[in-house]
Design a protein around this ligand. Sequence first.
Ligand code: TYM
Length: 346
Amino acid sequence: MTNLKNRVFSGVQPTGNLHLGNYLGAIKRFVALQESHDCIYCVVDMHAVTTYQDPAELTGNIRSVTAAFLASGIDPEKHIVFNQSQVTQHAELAWLFNCVARMGWLNRMTQFKERAGKNRENASVGLFSYPNLMAADILLYKSDFVPVGEDQKQHLELTRDIAAKFNNDFARRISELGFGDSYFPMTEPLIGGPAARVMNLRDGTRKMSKSEVSDLSRINLTDDRDTIVKKIRKAKTDAEPLPGNVEGLENRAEADNLVGIYAGINDTDKEAVIAEFGGKPFSEFKPALAELAVEKLAPISAKMRDLLAEPEEIDAILCDGADKAREIAVKTMREVREIYGFVGRK
Ligand code: TYM
């Protein structure tokens, strides 16, 4: 029997080097979902410009996120890979969602508060309404599942709130037009695994992030072997050996993070890593982790370099993907305009 709830959507911003958090929390899981779902993976360039991006760098970053998708094993023949700005319906639906979402909902978004910092008055309006564009990305394709890292949880809750309010505000019209009891689905976030929140290598209480000043705090997908080894050697730890059980990782943020990274890269869980390394000192665990990271990441960065040597091919893949995405998006927007009561050709 075909699974009716089957569409997966997710996005990654082209705002700089991708790191191990992006890979383990998101991209690696995108790859696995291809086996069982219809997947749409989007390079969200319109989200990127909520803060100023140098145009030439943005072009390079769009290609490099695409290259990371492909090098990791996403198949653009069987699934859809594209950049958001090519499908203008994202912006159109985001506008309508600006009119559905409430100021109070957006005021609660912790990521806006973090990113805008103290100077809120000077943040772009786009940075504030960013989650509405994200809801539009997801709901334009009536997506059932969205694989993301834990930091996106609140945005996905907002997406559900928007879908619910839209379905409720227009319930009568939706039913009259024959769409049933609701138009947009209640999308489910797929957050989980041992690396849903990969932490900063220099401070286990903070998230691994592109915006962190110290490059030693993260492993980039483009880091070479020596850099990966050095960053893991320098990663902060405590003086104790690894605990004998997973509970022993509590209150040991750095140890917990490194064990989670090992499990994420090796497709296991923290229990399995502790079963192998429990009681061993970091002087033994870190070289094993470095070796595993190099073994799994080096082929991806090599493949990315090859792909990036032929940017026209990457651009062609994005254009083909956008054509496929647009077909779905046009149909949704035609229906949404009808639900609103806008006048125009069907
Ligand atoms: P972005 O570009 O910041 O991150 C891309 C993906 O990487 C995950 N991630 C992490 N996972 C684990 N540990 C970390 N330290 C870590 N850092 C980042 C993110 O959770 C994300 O899954 N708003 C989104 C992009 C977006 C989107 C969407 C996602 C736009 N529209 C629609 C899903 C669906 C973002 O800024 O991700």
